[in-house]
Design a protein around this ligand. Sequence first.
Ligand code: SF4
Length: 324
Amino acid sequence: MLLEVKDLHTSFFTQAGEVKSVNGVSFELNHGEILGIVGESGSGKSVTMLSILKLLGTTGKIISGSVKFNGRELTNLTKNEVEDIRGKNIAMIFQDPMTSLNPVLTVGYQLKESLKRHKIECDYQKRAVEILERVGIVPAETRMKQYPHEFSGGQRQRIMIAMAMICNPDLLIADEPTTALDVTVQAQILDLMKELRENFNTSIILITHDLGVIAGVADRVLVMYGGHAVEQGTRHEIFYSPAHPYTHGLLRSVPDPENFKERLIPIEGQPPDLLNPPKGCPFAMRCPQAMKICLEKLPAEKILSDTHRASCWLLEKEEALKNV
Ligand code: SF4
């Protein structure tokens, strides 16, 4: 097991009060596995990842829970210890590469800087050329001398992946890496991620609001809503036997390439206010199948198979529902 997150709770302390962004999230990730984390904006998917890397700024705090990476607990590490792991063992890429690339430094300089910062012993020039070629930026020797603005959006995202991969991390976290790209470039970036997993056995967490993005890439899928992990399972389980009404809703809002005439059905309503989170199911106000119990009590996680679990009162047997 590479990563084990258990009962993670993270909050932000704002002037308006405590925003409970992540509420008891648990999941695991194996070596060489691609996990897709899906949910709409504010579902807690990005904050979960920022908690792992302790990138919560001055207002965010892990309230409780455990994050084990290669068996080592990360939540109680110092800033310096986490900085050492970040970039070297766990790398992260974001939607907009320009937020991470320095516009006044050449791509080659920035790639080599990463190796220096993490004291990786190797021929910097050779390693930078190798990794740029690997992500399809050629001729690498020439292109290393160029600045970020001289590349297209898709190429910049490839450069970000090269920067993330140059220290050969065990885990790559990609937060909406393809959202700003057109569909062809998006498909190329996703193919590149699969190649990285195949060639380097890198584990990847792919965060997205769009289930369609992870349909052809993820081995397993975690669905988040209102700061909770509401369902998780293999890609097949999530796409072919979803158990949670929110997952059903997400699937209905993904276009079917074989049936363009079919109308997409958006999920009506707004996500819950995490300043005043509901005491029952976080999805209750938007769920077409909500029952009285859903407004009053948070459903427990139900184990549906070795790999599939979901939290919904509909999964409880009628008998059990009478007693709650
Ligand atoms: Fe809907 Fe109730 Fe299930 Fe929540 S627990 S998803 S409100 S049926």
